[in-house]
Design a protein around this ligand. Structure first.
Ligand code: NCD
Length: 304
């Protein structure tokens, strides 16, 4: 049985195939409306979510399947002390596939070891978020027409931002990729991403606090929210949260064909005045999340 816990569980070829199917779905979703008839997706969300959970659910409905689940730990037996292992084993009796989000790093991996149906990691703590990365790859493909030969700026909370960790791991497998990592000193990418992912793959990268100097070099700019819920103290959050804000003034230094992304939710880090700029791809990105999750559910359920 196949799970998706880490983006590297998928080969580059498998990702290309998912992108191909997602593009086919986007072109004519009605052709897929019966693909998962009679199948059930369980969304087990122990942490808040809007896009990830709803796009998973919309994806399953559009495939003709059904959805069950919970959207907060409080309304599940976790609040009575049930373990993730036991929950996963139970839910395997009720659903054909599971999407799980959990505040603890590694929880979906534990669930996958006990579940008898495929488990998808829908975000585990400050660690990984592989389906957001599939969404991001589909978006880069649609906006830029390629996944290679790109200078990618990642800006904001690169320490706790799980979407960043999965995206760097995924993009480090394509040729001609270079990263510019823009963050406060305290929120730099974790050492293992620098060493085991970028350096190990020979990926050039630089770390900077100079947003404006980075701007003209970028093909893709990936903005992120400072992850308030992972901070140990409020004062640090308040000090760091507004250090990098994308405004039309800063965009004046950017390429004409820059692709601006954000996994959302946005707090302050992109001024709303940027939303009408044709380079702002973040709402298109959210739509792509539904198509690629449709493709992923079909793959893991073995539906052709
Ligand atoms: C992200 C997440 O949950 O990690 N959101 C999402 O899934 N689209 C990013 C975030 O919460 O900042």
């Amino acid at each position: 049985m196949e799970n998706l816990i880490d983006i590297r569980d998928l080969s580059v070829d498998e990702i290309q195939e998912l992108v191909r199917v997602a593009l086919d779905i986007a072109a004519d979703p009605s052709r897929y409306s019966e693909k998962c008839r009679g199948k059930k997706l369980a969304t087990l969300f122990f942490e808040p979510s809007t896009r990830t959970r709803l796009s998973f659910e919309a994806a399953m409905y559009e495939l003709g399947g059904n959805v069950l689940g919970f959207s907060e730990a409080q309304s599940s037996s976790a609040s009575k002390g049930e373990s993730v292992s036991d929950t996963a084993r139970m839910v395997s009796c009720y659903a054909d596939i599971i999407a799980m989000r959990h505040p603890k790093e590694g929880a979906p991996l534990v669930a996958a070891s006990k579940a008898s149906v495929p488990v998808i990691n829908a975000g585990d703590g400050g660690h990984n978020h592989p389906t957001q990365t599939l969404t991001d790859l589909l978006t880069i493909w649609r906006e830029k027409g390629r996944l290679s030969d790109l200078t990618i700026g990642l800006c904001g909370d690169l320490k706790f931002g799980r979407t960043v960790h999965s995206l760097v791991a995924a993009m480090s497998r394509y040729p001609g990729i270079r990263f510019i990592l823009i963050s406060p000193e305290e929120l730099r990418v974790p050492g293992y991403i620098r060493k085991d992912v970028m350096t190990a793959n020979g990926i050039p990268f630089e770390e900077t606090t100079d947003f404006v100097s980075a701007m003209p070099q970028l093909d893709v700019l990936y903005m992120t929210r400072v992850q308030k819920e992972r901070f140990f103290n409020e004062a640090d959050y308040i000090r760091l949260k507004d250090m990098f804000i994308l405004t039309p003034e800063k965009l004046a230094y950017a390429k004409e064909d820059l692709c601006i992304m954000h996994p959302l939710p946005r707090v302050n880090e992109i001024a709303t005045a940027v939303d009408d700029d044709p380079r702002a791809a973040y709402f298109r990105q959210a739509l792509n999340g539904k198509y690629i999750r449709m493709a992923l559910i079909m793959k893991l359920l073995g539906v052709k």
